[in-house]
Design a protein around this ligand. Structure first.
Ligand code: GAL
Length: 345
């Protein structure tokens, strides 16, 4: 077990470092303080996520590979919301909507990193009042723990001095197999409902039952079988880019400290499995529905459509404007807490 760090070049936010955590099995997790970004997860020498080996890749055009997303992951309709009668307008960077905390989100910041023991790396960020339009001085910590049984545990905390909204997630793009796409990988999601969206990827407000639809992953199903289905919601975004409501959580419930198993990804060809747990009420299933070659991979080759899958644990999109959804509000004196575990088996 060890944590090593190296200088990793210079970003507009300052010099970057790359930290590598090696567990007792010799498997490795690498994280940079630029964007509190997970750059690599190597199990038995095989790479589990998309990303780059050099900082330059992250400074170019790339879709949030492995980054910590905040202050508000996913979308806020028109970038507008009110808190206690005060209207807040945050920058729009995704058509008419705000996405992933704005143009200079937490993914583009230099975090303060410090190892905590042999298996945990703690990252801290101060986001001042008005940062990307959001109210309140917010202090965020993200602890990345890499266990000997190949589990990556991510624990988030945040606190504020003024009421604000918070929705933090990690944007790892998993491909646990050896094929170019994840279409043949089987996914199980413990989610009986999902959040349907409109043409601009904003929730319609309904929570739809998955039963009898392409969104039903309650028993293992190939991702390819899902994306190939004839469903209006899939056509809107060329695949899955939807929040699933994780079972055993009522609509009113806040994130608790209870980790619930919500996903299993299985690559039969290699025998590899990824099992995931979270305290969050939802998971954004994103099947990397990009145009072929819109982005590049680690080796510089073009990323094909469906080249990876994201399981972004979070509250639902546009929650600040949806009183019926679990609340993303954070008040002074309270501590936001959220945990997610991705375990490789
Ligand atoms: C996802 C989002 C997608 C896309 C992606 C980043 O979280 O739902 O629509 O924006 O991030 O490219």
């Amino acid at each position: 077990m060890s944590i090593t760090s190296t200088k990793w070049g210079s970003s507009p936010a300052g010099p970057a470092k790359l930290f590598t955590l090696t567990n007792a099995s010799g498997n490795q997790l690498s994280v940079t303080d630029y964007g509190a970004t997970i750059t690599s997860i190597r199990i038995g020498g095989a790479e589990m996520i998309l990303g780059y080996d050099e900082l330059a890749g992250y400074l170019g055009d790339q879709p949030y590979y492995g980054a910590t997303i905040g202050r508000y992951g996913n979308r806020i309709g028109r970038g507008r919301f009110s808190l206690d009668g005060n209207l807040h307008q945050v920058p729009t960077n995704n058509g008419p909507n705000a996405l992933h905390g704005g143009p200079e989100g937490f993914d583009k910041r230099r975090w303060v990193a410090a190892p905590k023991g042999q298996q945990c790396l703690l990252m801290t960020l101060f986001s001042p009042d008005g940062d990307q339009g959001f109210p309140g001085n917010l202090t965020v910590t993200v602890a990345f723990t890499w266990t000997d049984d190949n589990a990556l545990r991510i624990d988030y905390t945040a606190s504020t001095d003024r009421s604000t909204v918070v929705n933090l997630t990690n944007h790892a793009y998993f491909n646990i197999g050896t094929a170019d796409t994840v279409l043949s990988q089987e996914l199980t999601l413990k989610a009986g409902r999902f959040v349907p969206i409109d043409g601009e990827a904003i929730p319609t407000g309904e929570l739809a039952e998955v039963a009898g639809t392409a969104f039903d992953f309650r028993t293992a199903k190939q991702i390819g079988q899902g994306v190939a289905a004839d469903h209006q919601q899939l056509k809107l975004v060329n695949g899955f880019d939807h929040t699933f409501v994780i079972d055993e959580q009522t609509e009113e419930a806040e994130a608790t400290d209870r980790l619930r198993e919500f996903a299993l990804l299985h690559d039969r060809a290699s025998g590899r499995k990824l099992r995931a747990f979270t305290t969050e009420p939802g998971v954004q299933l994103f099947t990397a529905n990009f145009e072929p070659g819109q982005f590049t991979r680690r080796d510089g080759s073009p990323l094909p459509t469906y080249g990876a899958v994201c399981l972004e644990t979070q509250h639902f999109p546009d929650s600040p404007n949806r009183p019926a959804f679990p609340s993303t509000r954070l008040d002074p004196g309270r501590t936001f807490r959220s945990s997610t575990v991705y375990r490789f088996e």
